[in-house]
Write a protein that binds this ligand. Structure first.
Ligand code: ADP
Ligand code: MG
Length: 253
């Protein structure tokens, strides 16, 4: 049983506070969705969990299984079992997907331990079958000339191979077309299970009709202002975000 605990997190970019006291717990086996209007700090949250250097944590903590990840380098976070869906080079010409994934899996092994090639390929092919990915795909260069959908397929396959405890996926800025949307949702649904927690960041309600979340949170102005189950996503789809803002405005200061 794993947990990702975000506790009263405050994040600034330069002098500007962006995330303003956000708390959230994701346990393994759960899929949480964070939704919210543009500019509300969703991607900032994802990048801080990933360890992006542009962001300054001014308060609070992010803990994986009780251990703070904030002082860890991005690769240490990955070894601890965090997967961040946007965190790779956009194109690596000349490096096949099979070799790239092999290096990623190798990097997660303890010092001195060597990957077993035949076991690796066996596992790779099993994951590809699970995700219904054609065998020809892994001989292509990473992301080179890929469509949006192919980039997502590469990302989901990487996630399948790394078997993270927690996956944080920011789908907001990726311009998901229908094909990519389908690949992400089928992939997440195939990988979903008791050993994996997912924090799905999106402003596409439509994504959440494919990946049915256990919990939905609305983020506004750097905080989570409302939480519920999947019906909250449907309510947002029909009513937009304005009613959430109006409810907040009506609260005593
Ligand atoms: P969301 O993903 O919810 O749309 P973001 O986290 O991308 O929101 O952005 C939150 C706020 O932080 C916005 O006002 C945005 O302009 C600002 N911001 C994000 N990244 C940077 C950056 N690298 N430098 C300066 N401001 C930024
Ligand atoms: Mg964003």
């Amino acid at each position: 049983m794993s947990s990702l605990v975000i506790h009263d997190l405050h994040v600034s970019i330069g002098d500007k506070p962006i995330v303003k006291g956000l708390s959230l717990t994701v346990n393994s086996g759960e899929v949480h969705a964070i939704m919210g209007p543009n500019g509300t700090g969703k991607s900032t949250l994802a990048k801080v969990i990933a360890g992006h250097p542009d962001y300054t944590v001014t308060g609070g903590d992010v803990l994986l299984d009780g251990r703070s990840v904030l002082e860890q380098e991005a690769d240490e976070r990955a070894r601890a079992g965090l997967f961040l869906a946007f965190q790779y080079p956009s194109e690596i010409p000349g490096v096949s997907i099979a070799n790239f994934l092999r290096a990623a899996v190798q990097a997660r092994l303890p010092e001195g331990e060597e990957i077993d090639a035949s076991a690796y390929y066996k596992r790779l092919y099993a994951k590809m079958d699970l995700l219904k990915i054609d065998r020809k795909f892994t001989s292509r260069s990473v992301n080179e000339g890929f469509s949006g959908g192919e980039k997502k397929r590469c990302e989901i396959l990487q996630m399948a191979m790394l078997e993270p405890k927690m996956a944080v996926m920011d789908e907001t800025d990726s311009g998901l077309d229908i094909d990519a949307l389908r690949i992400v949702s089928e992939g997440v649904n195939a990988l979903r299970g008791p050993g994996l927690g997912v924090l799905m960041i999106t402003h596409y309600q439509r994504l959440l009709s494919y990946i049915v979340p256990d919990f939905v949170h609305v983020m506004y102005d750097g905080r989570i202002v409302k939480s519920g189950d999947k019906s909250l996503a449907l309510e947002l789809e029909t009513r937009g975000y304005d009613w959430v803002k109006q409810e907040l405005a009506a609260l005593p200061a």
